[in-house]
Design a protein around this ligand. Structure first.
Ligand SMILES: [Zn+2]
Length: 146
């Protein structure tokens, strides 16, 4: 880790952590680093708790069901909302893009494949020669560098 090497280097330059103290300092940094990594994993950028993806999916499904139940009870005219929710839900469940973004942690691909020209082109056991495949899916988009 860069910060660890930086601190160790600064300690050595200043003569603060010679010999055994340096080893104890390394152990301290390791312990601190592990604690910070665990803490950071719990705090997303917006400050809310990190939850497994299936919990978000369950919350969205519960919300969808509540809308459907309210509509079935004759609450306000939500025909358009119900239709929109169902359309979006089906699109999300079928989306290879969402799968790659959520489960594979991919960046959004921005360069269209020269062969498949930015269009998902089904599944194939043979990968695209230009590199737009993700598993067996031919995404139509070239993978971004990691
Ligand atoms: Zn391709």
């Amino acid at each position: 880790m860069k910060w660890r090497n930086f601190l160790r280097g600064m300690g050595s330059v200043l003569g603060i952590f010679p010999g055994r103290k340096e080893r104890r300092f390394d152990a301290f940094l390791n312990s601190l680093g592990e604690k910070l990594i665990k803490k950071r994993a719990q705090i997303p950028p917006h400050g809310g708790p990190v939850r497994p993806v299936n919990e978000y999916c369950a919350a969205l499904e519960a919300w969808r069901n509540a809308i459907h139940e309210a509509h079935a009870r004759g609450e306000p005219d939500w025909d358009n909302l119900i239709e929109a929710i169902d359309t979006v839900e089906l699109s999300m469940k079928k989306s290879n893009l969402l799968y790659r973004l959520i489960y594979l942690g991919e960046k959004l691909r921005t360069k269209p494949c020269p062969i498949h020209k930015g269009h998902w082109s089904g599944c194939s056991p043979d990968p695209c020669p230009e590199g737009c495949s993700s598993g067996s899916d031919i995404t139509g988009w070239l993978e971004e560098p990691r």
